[in-house]
Design a binder for this molecule. Structure first.
Ligand SMILES: [Zn+2]
Length: 114
């Protein structure tokens, strides 16, 4: 479902699903912060409080410990959010008519790919 690191394919190469509905926006970053960065922050703060290392140790240990897991979590979280949007037919409440009109306009502007 991905082309590259985080960019979503336009159409699924396996089943032909049109990914036009997929708009996880900043959801992956938000959930990576909540589920990964926030718990790791306690580890890093505990490291600082208990051992009082010099600042450059934080640069070598804490910075990679905080950033790498967050970056690695973005892709599976984005996949999960897109799958959730598909399964739940997610759209912003009250915008059904606007979405239908927008999708009709977009679809009439290019050949139908379904
Ligand atoms: Zn597919």
């Amino acid at each position: 479902m991905f082309q590259g690191w985080l960019k979503i394919e336009h159409i699924c190469p396996s089943c032909g699903l049109d990914y036009d509905f997929a708009a996880p926006d900043d959801g992956p970053a938000f959930f990576a912060l909540c589920f990964v960065a926030f718990p790791l922050l306690f580890l890093v703060v505990g490291f600082e409080v208990m051992l009082r290392p010099p600042w450059w140790i934080h640069l070598l240990v804490s910075l990679p410990l905080m950033t790498l897991p967050c970056l690695l979590a973005l892709r599976p979280i984005k996949g999960w959010l897109v799958a959730s949007q598909y399964v739940n037919r997610a759209q912003e409440a009250g915008t059904e008519a606007s979405w239908a009109e927008l999708n009709a306009r977009v679809r009439s502007g290019r050949p139908d790919q379904r």
